[in-house]
Design a protein around this ligand. Structure first.
Ligand code: BJ8
Length: 422
C-alpha cells in the first residue's frame, strides 16, 4: 500500500479524496462478494485483482510506460483492442461505475445526464482514478449523445481521439467502420511510434479472440441446470476483462472454467432452488454490482447478461483468415459492427439476442436494467418487453442509478417478480 501511495502521488492524484474512495471498497467487497457461499476457489485471482484494483494493474502499466510503452484509455465495447495491442500499446477500459465520481461530473454536466457519463468526467477531473491518470490518450466513440458531448469536455484535459461510429448497419456502414479503424491505426502508430503490420495484427486478432473464447466458455457453463458460479462473480470477471492483461486474463478464466466443469460434473450448484434471471440493458462498470447483488439476495441467480459487461463484449470472433492488412481491418470491423447497442437504428437484433440468450440459458425471467437518463436503452425497453411477452418470457423493467437510495424499493420489486416466477 505504501508503494501505491507513492505511485498515486507520482500520477498527480488527489490523495485525500482518493483515500475516501478506498475506504468504502473493502466493505463493499465483503458485503457483495465474500458474503456469498460456496464460491469457486479460482475466484481468488479475481478477488486479488479487485482488492488492489488501483494498485496491481496500474503498477504494471507504470512499468510499461517507463519502458516507453503507451496506454490507451477506452470507454466502449466498439473500440477494437486488437489494433492497439498490435502496435505494442496497451488498451485499458476507463470504467465509470461508482457514485463517488458522479458529483465531480455534475460540475461539468447537467444533473440529468447518465451516471456513467458523469462518473467518467468526475474520475478524470477529481484525479481519483489511476487508470484515468495513466492513459496517454483516450479513445472515444460517437455512440450516445451524452458521451459525444462529454468527450469534448474530456478532450480539453487529455489527448483524445474520437471514432465516428455509424448508427446504422448497411453495407456502406461496415466499410465506413473499417475506414475509422484505419484512422485509429494511424493514431495508434503515431502515439506508439510502432507500425501495425499484417503480422502483428494477425497475432493480436488471435490473442483477443482467445480472451473471447475463454469468456464464452464461462458463459456456457452458466447455462447448466446446476449453476456453478454466481452472476455476481461472473460480473466481476467481465468487468476485469476490460483492463487486465488479455493473455493472463484468458488463462485465469480458463483455469476457473476447469473448476466449474468439475463442479457441474459433481452437481455443485450455487443456486439450488433459485430462479434463473437474464439481465439486459446498460453496462455495469466496476464497482457497480447493485442489481446482481439485489437479485441474488432475493431468491434469483443471474445466468446471463446481454450487456457490454456481458455477451456484447465477447460474442462473435474476428475472422482470422484475413491475408493482408485491409482484409484484417474489414474482418475486425465486421465483428465489432455485430454488437447490438441501442445507439443503432434499427436495433431489432438486440431483442433477437435477448430471446436467444434467454432460451439458451434457460432463464425464468428477463430483467431489463436501464441507467437513469439513458434514452436509447430506455426507449428500447418497450419493444423488448413486447418481444419477451410474445415469447412467454416474464419481463421486469428497472431504471436506476449508482446510489443506494432506491435499493430497498428495488429489492421489493425484484422479490415480487421472482416470487411471481413460481
Ligand atoms: S456499445 S452500451 S459501451 S455505447 S453512456 S449509451 S448507458 S447514456 S454505455 Fe455503451 Fe458502447 Fe453501447 Fe456498450 Fe446509455 Fe449512458 Fe450513453 Fe451508455
Amino acid at each position: 500500500m505504501a508503494d501505491n501511495q507513492q505511485m498515486w502521488k507520482d500520477l498527480g492524484m488527489n490523495l485525500e479524496m482518493h483515500d475516501m474512495l478506498c475506504e468504502v471498497l473493502p466493505g463493499a467487497i465483503g458485503d457483495v462478494f465474500m458474503s456469498q457461499e460456496n464460491r469457486p476457489a479460482a475466484m481468488d485471482y479475481f478477488d486479488m485483482v479487485l482488492a488492489d484494483v488501483h494498485g496491481l494493474r496500474p503498477a504494471e502499466l507504470v512499468e510499461f510506460k517507463k519502458g516507453g510503452g503507451k496506454v490507451f484509455g477506452t470507454f466502449c465495447a466498439y473500440v477494437p483492442d486488437e489494433v492497439i495491442f498490435a502496435a505494442g500499446g496497451i488498451a485499458t477500459g476507463l470504467c465509470a461505475g461508482s457514485q463517488f465520481w458522479v458529483p465531480g461530473g455534475e460540475r461539468y454536466l447537467p444533473a440529468n445526464t447518465c451516471p456513467l457519463i458523469k462518473a467518467m468526467l468526475g474520475a478524470r477531473f477529481d484525479k481519483t482514478c489511476p487508470f484515468y491518470r495513466l492513459a496517454d490518450i483516450y479513445i472515444g466513440e460517437t455512440t450516445c449523445d451524452g458521451k459525444k458531448k462529454a468527450y469534448e469536455i474530456l478532450g480539453t484535459d487529455v489527448p483524445l481521439h474520437v471514432m465516428d461510429l455509424p448508427q446504422m448497419k448497411r453495407d456502406k456502414d461496415y466499410l465506413k467502420w473499417a475506414d475509422e479503424i484505419k484512422d485509429l491505426i494511424e493514431v495508434v502508430e503515431k502515439t506508439t511510434g510502432n507500425k501495425v503490420t499484417a503480422e502483428n495484427l494477425a497475432e493480436n486478432i488471435k490473442k483477443i479472440n482467445a480472451k473471447r473464447a475463454a469468456l464464452q466458455r464461462l458463459y456456457e457453463l452458466r447455462r447448466n441446470t446446476c449453476v456453478p458460479i454466481s452472476g455476481t462473480d461472473t460480473l466481476l470477471i467481465s468487468q476485469i476483462a476490460y483492463y487486465d492483461d488479455p493473455e493472463r486474463f484468458a488463462t485465469m478464466v480458463n483455469k476457473l472454467c476447469d473448476e466449474l466443469e468439475q463442479r457441474v460434473q459433481d452437481g455443485v450448484s450455487v443456486a439450488e432452488g433459485k430462479k434463473r434471471i437474464l439481465i439486459t440493458g446498460t453496462p455495469m462498470a466496476i464497482p457497480n454490482w447493485k442489481l446482481h447483488n439485489l437479485i441474488e439476495t432475493s431468491g434469483g441467480v443471474v445466468v446471463c447478461e446481454e450487456t457490454c459487461t456481458g455477451t456484447r463484449y465477447f460474442e462473435n470472433f474476428v475472422d482470422e483468415s484475413g491475408k493482408d492488412l485491409d482484409e484484417m481491418v474489414q474482418n475486425i470491423a465486421n465483428r465489432y459492427m455485430g454488437i447490438n447497442c441501442a445507439c443503432f437504428t434499427p436495433n431489432t437484433a438486440r431483442a433477437d439476442d435477448v430471446i436467444r440468450l434467454a432460451k439458451d440459458s434457460k432463464a425464468d425471467g428477463v430483467i431489463d436494467v436501464n441507467l437513469m437518463f439513458c434514452q436509447t436503452y430506455d426507449i428500447e425497453g418497450r419493444s423488448l418487453e413486447e418481444r419477451c411477452k410474445a415469447e412467454g418470457i416474464p419481463f421486469l423493467g428497472i431504471e436506476t442509478d449508482y446510489t443506494d437510495s432506491d435499493a430497498q424499493q428495488l429489492k421489493t420489486r425484484i422479490g415480487a417478480f421472482i416470487e411471481m416466477l413460481g
